[in-house]
Design a protein around this ligand. Sequence first.
Ligand code: ADP
Ligand code: ADP
Length: 206
Amino acid sequence: MNVVFMGPPGAGKGTQAKFVCEKLGIPQLSTGDILRASNAAGKLPAALVQAMDTGGLVPDDVVIGLIGDRINESDCVGGALFDGFPRTVPQAEALGAMLAARGLKIDIAIAIEVPSDLLIERTVLRRTDKRTGQIYHLKYNPPPPGADVVHRADDTEESVRTRLDAYARVTSAVIPFYEEAGVLKRVDGVGAVGEVTKRVLAALGV
Ligand code: ADP
Ligand code: ADP
């Protein structure tokens, strides 16, 4: 199954993706994670680092190239979960074309819905384990004592507001794109993590 996870920054895409990927046995393809890994390895051009840190989008051709390479890897033969990609209509069209070339398509696009006032708190207090990638929250899911966590450079209130604006202006147009394709499911992302997981799995029919 090929699944897209959409939703504004802090909606819970990464958190829910871990459960769904385990359940379906498919890899999580997060363009944000791939870009951050490339940056950590010193391989991301300065202009892209700047775009990410300030909450802007990186150019379509960059993320389309990253995903195009990634879906060629052998673990994607049984499907994949696309987390945070596509974020623009051209990205959605490119993904559709790349899958169609392999006789595949997006089976379900899940839009995780959370009101903006909750998203600032979710992102600014987000922490990620450096080694395992486990996602924590200082208030809702605090890291265990001694965990080596990082605060993302773009998880400042100012950058999150810019990202929410980019989501409203550009990314939200991907929702009608998948609605017209007949594959969109909306999931309420407010509530305990486990409750949201149940809703996501129900939407996926698994
Ligand atoms: P979040 O989990 O907060 O939604 P991500 O980790 O998905 O954020 O993305 C972090 C940053 O990486 C984005 O703000 C953007 O700069 C860049 N990025 C990630 N995916 C894309 C994409 N599909 N298109 C453009 N930029 C992207
Ligand atoms: P996204 O990938 O959509 O940007 P994350 O999965 O990284 O979002 O979650 C953002 C923050 O909100 C993290 O700190 C995470 O621990 C927390 N979080 C995720 N889901 C919930 C939830 N249902 N209730 C409260 N906090 C949550």
